[in-house]
Design a protein around this ligand. Sequence first.
Ligand code: MTE
Length: 449
Amino acid sequence: MTEWNERPGRIRRAPENFLGPAEIEAVKQGRRDFLRKAFLSASAALGAGAGAAALAQTAPAGDPAILNLPEWSKTLGMPVATRGYGMPSQYEAGLIRRQSPGLTQTAASSVAFTPLQGMFGIITPSGLHFERHHQGWHDIDPSKHRLMINGLVRTPMVFTMEDLLRLPPVSRIHFIECGANTGMEWGNVAVPTVQYTHGMLSCSEYTGVRLIDLLEMCGADLKKGRYLLAEGADGSSLTRTIPMELVESGEVLLAYGQNGEMLRPENGYPLRLVVPGVQGVSWVKWLRRVEVGDKPWGTKDEAVHYIDLMPDGIHRQYTSLQEAKSVITSPSGGQILLDKGYYNITGLAWSGRGKIKRVDVSTDGGINWRPARLETPILSKALTRFNIDWVWDGKPAILQSRCVDESGYVQPTYGQLRAVRGTRSIYHNNAIQSWLVNEAGEVSNVQVL
Ligand code: MTE
């Protein structure tokens, strides 16, 4: 497979040349062939093992990259802490957050997408975490930041960051997905790569204090106060209503830590709300105030944005839970399969309702499905990595993944989703994603109903 590239792929055509059920045996054989080929070339290059000489006949000529010692391996390397804060290799410079070519950005409303196509496992390195700002970002002085808790509480309180850092912390791994993720696809705008279709998605280990503990310190009236208002300190004064039952579950965190260090400024340093399973807009950054109240606030951020225009013309508000969704991250749009033969199809699945129970993968546009391997850990409201073997026979193929969560919810097709939601939505698109592989091995974004 080539490196990810930015070539647009806007091919739309019906599924064709489906692979039959014999694919399963072909897959097993393909993996054996692939591993044997790798073993043969390694044995030939090293000249190692009793059988190597006999096998060498079928192996390629000696590879200079393994036969010759490179210069650097004979010289003194860099001293420790050359870079006090470590950075990725220069050879990884292409793996960065990017702004979508299909989206108009303004200084006030901006988004940069996570490069899902080049990542492993489930944790998003903090430097690749997606960014979504309603009024830009700031790097604010934590010593001047305050959190106020007021409303239906016995004692309104103001906390400094030092106060919060003294309290007993918890650390939990969760995904965050913007409600607008995959939004362009509603309008049949097939953006070219998985970075742009699904890259408003990240997963981190968050550290902080449980919001319920602070509410108890303030003597919150949990009988009357069934809602919270969370308010950000940035120019957008982003405000979202959070139902109290989510907080009472103990899952909602006031987080200052992300992946073992303080939050990044872009992600709300020094304090953000973490609302597991709920769309990203409720994860208020630069959090400055939490008010306890007895009804939803219906603020601008919940009356105008992140609502669903249903087929009957009614706007649906407060659909904050992110339903089960999955996507194949490799092979994916913009990549090229250079050769027929064995590939590992890999991707991510997640659900706002809990754990992922199962992911099935189709290589024929949804006719035949095979269960993928779910890699551990499988955590509640976190990304789950899946893998499955595939032997590409050089014919067109359509790759899809479909997940099921522990509540039994099954990720819908575009046909099923549109039957309920119509076509005028922007948010909350969790339909099955399809990648077309053409005869040349080029992978592009297509929609299959
Ligand atoms: N909080 C504040 N204060 N201001 C914002 O612009 N954007 C929201 C949410 N919290 C936002 C905010 C949206 S829409 C999303 S999807 C997430 O933050 C994005 O978080 P991230 O930028 O850390 O990825």
